[in-house]
Ligand binder design. Sequence first.
Ligand SMILES: [Zn+2]
Ligand SMILES: [Zn+2]
Length: 338
Amino acid sequence: MTSQILERKRIYQVWPGKNKFYCGGRLVFGPDASSLLLTTCMIGGPAITFCIRMAYLIKERYPFFHSLILIGAILLTVLDFTFLFLTSSRDPGIIPRSKEAPEADTADVITQSTEWVSSKLGNAKLPRTKDVMVNGFTVKVKFCDTCQIYRPPRAFHCSICNNCVQRFDHHCPWVGQCIALRNYPFFVCFLSCSTLLCIYVLVFSWVSMLEVHGQFYVVLADDVILGVLALYCFVSVWFVGGLSVFHFYLICTNQTTCENFRYQYDKKENPYKKGIVKNFKELFLAKSPPPLINFRDWALEEEDVEVGSIASELDRAFGPRDSRMSSGKSSHSETGVW
Ligand SMILES: [Zn+2]
Ligand SMILES: [Zn+2]
């Protein structure tokens, strides 16, 4: 069987991870993307109900006041869904698997671990971990048995998606996608926007109830819709608001959720910390790093499910290792072993 007589396939069609691809590999979702439906209902349901109620109040009460509230609610909802879509449909920073056994000895290696693993590719014995230098700090990186690569610093293998992902933060079941290097800014914007929307609906439901009925106590009986909306948003805002605050803390200290949960920096200095302003600039103002894989490229062969060489792909995307460790957004790199 030769590759010429087989139908040519694109990389996304033979990709060994569990991602779901749409629009010919242009949109990359996580395997649990169906949970987006629930998230959409939980945001869209109350938001649309609020808008409809405001539309009624435009007719019944003060057209100008309620029109402004309605426009604000529509804008916030559209913005929220845009950030949700950008978070869940974008390649979060998937790292290509290797089809060549990695070199055991590179310039990065300072010390080698005593534990050795056998590479599936080429019977080579490789150290389980190796030390690399990041911003003058020594950082351990681990060999991934599934992807057959030494994970770049800060990368982690997501067991749900079955991929190693750059600057892995966590896998979010609400957006059904890994939150990592390339979609983290959108995720933070989505969280912030959801918090704002919650506060907006809560405040203006309350204001409208007071304005219409005069007294808050009689409102729940009189205007059940606005009462339930206010209650729903009051409960939700603790959840999304809490998450937003937590992620702003992580940005200030330049940590990932994964690192924070493992108390990575309790005992040692965080090599990625650059100061609050620089951390924010790096996240929101720096150019988004390019994907390491073009899922629309042709797979080399029919049975070629392992795509590309990690070294060449990383170099193509980020330039030589030394420069990507030392500057800019691409220096998002890991401390410790994952
Ligand atoms: Zn992996
Ligand atoms: Zn994942």
